[in-house]
Design a protein around this ligand. Structure first.
Ligand code: 13P
Length: 333
């Protein structure tokens, strides 16, 4: 018997475990590899991800699930074992990014809408057969002069809702990710108001699409100051405003909320999560679904060299453990 949607959604965010977002597209992983001087080949991408998925302590104790890219869910380790099997063997859940990226939205200069609904039902069936039990779709909202517009927020929220419905019809838990970018000089209150507008619309559209909230995970941005804002909010302010926002927007039927890191430093992403958990009395499990904040350190330590695999695994395990402690409200610097 397969584990039900609700049980998988709960397990993804419970017990201080969180998600590893290792679903960089071929062009994004190339950027990450360029930064460490590694050529982005099929084999190097395999070796790098195999290194992460064979990090036993991290995968067994801290990582509830891994978001994969299409190439990786079909890829084998050096000894021929499917990478998906390595994840399952550690007791972690394989998942898959299914959107096809944020594309310029016609008629909305400077704004994007995420594509990938065409043929999605068939792709979800294939991914289920390959072992995926959850999926991810990322909508991107930018803050700037005169943006975001309601037309763009609505188009993105409707796409998220249609994606989520297709996932649930295929016994796959949807991670619903509306990301309000940190880029820009806007202040934390602008981030608060835009994120509130976006989340209100997303949950309205999820309702219209008849989504079972118990069988989904929300992946939001935190409420933070824009990257180039002269006043950078403290950890306490980020935690207080993010918790207040989520309590105002996210029904308690949603079992888990897993944050993206979005360009925060490794330590900031950990400190913010820890401070939120310490608020206490939260109706959902809060945890991490970090890409950069979990992988920047292991990428640097590995740098594409076989002799650095142990160092890369140690760096990954350290960040995963710090975020695990944060998700329990037990992290200290
Ligand atoms: P970051 O944590 O690097 O923002 O990535 C998370 C993610 O999956 C974005 O879609």
């Amino acid at each position: 018997m397969t584990e039900g949607l609700d049980a998988v959604a709960y397990r993804m965010c419970a017990g201080g475990k969180g998600l590893l977002a290792a679903d960089e597209s071929t062009s994004t992983i190339k950027k990450r590899f360029d930064a460490i001087g590694v050529e982005s080949t099929f084999e190097n991408r395999r070796d790098y991800r195999e290194m992460l998925f064979r990090s036993d302590e991290a995968m067994k104790d801290y990582i509830s699930g891994v978001i994969l890219f299409d190439e990786t869910i079909r890829q084998n380790a050096q000894d021929g074992t499917p990478l998906v099997k390595l994840i399952e063997a550690a007791g972690s859940i394989p998942g898959i990014k299914v959107d096809e990226g944020a594309k310029p939205q016609a008629g909305f200069p400077g704004e994007t809408v995420t594509e990938g609904l065409d043929g999605l039902d068939g792709r979800l069936k294939d991914y289920y057969a390959l072992g995926a039990r959850f999926a991810k779709w990322r909508a991107v909202i930018d803050i700037g002069a005169g943006i975001p517009s309601y037309g763009s927020i609505l188009a993105n929220a409707q796409a998220l809702a249609r994606y989520a419905a297709l996932c649930q019809a295929n016994d796959i838990v949807p991670i619903v990710e509306p990301e309000v970018l940190m880029d820009g000089a806007h202040d934390i209150d602008t981030c608060y108001h835009v994120t509130e507008w976006v989340l209100k619309e997303v949950f309205q559209q999820l309702y219209y699409s008849r989504i079972r909230l118990e069988g989904m995970v929300l992946k939001p941005n935190m409420v933070v100051s824009g990257m180039t804002c002269p006043r950078q909010a403290s950890v306490a302010e980020v935690a207080e405003k993010t918790v207040r926002l989520l309590k105002n927007c996210v029904p308690s039927a949603v079992p888990g909320i897993a944050f993206l890191s979005g360009g925060q430093s490794d330590e900031e992403a950990t400190a913010h999560l820890d401070a939120m958990i310490r608020h206490g009395g939260l109706p959902w499990n809060l945890t991490f679904s970090y890409g950069r904040a979990l992988q920047a350190a292991p990428q640097k330590a590995w740098s594409g060299k076989a002799e650095n695999v142990a160092a890369g695994q140690a760096a990954f395990t350290h960040r995963a453990r710090m975020n695990h402690l944060a998700a329990l409200g037990q992290w200290s610097e």
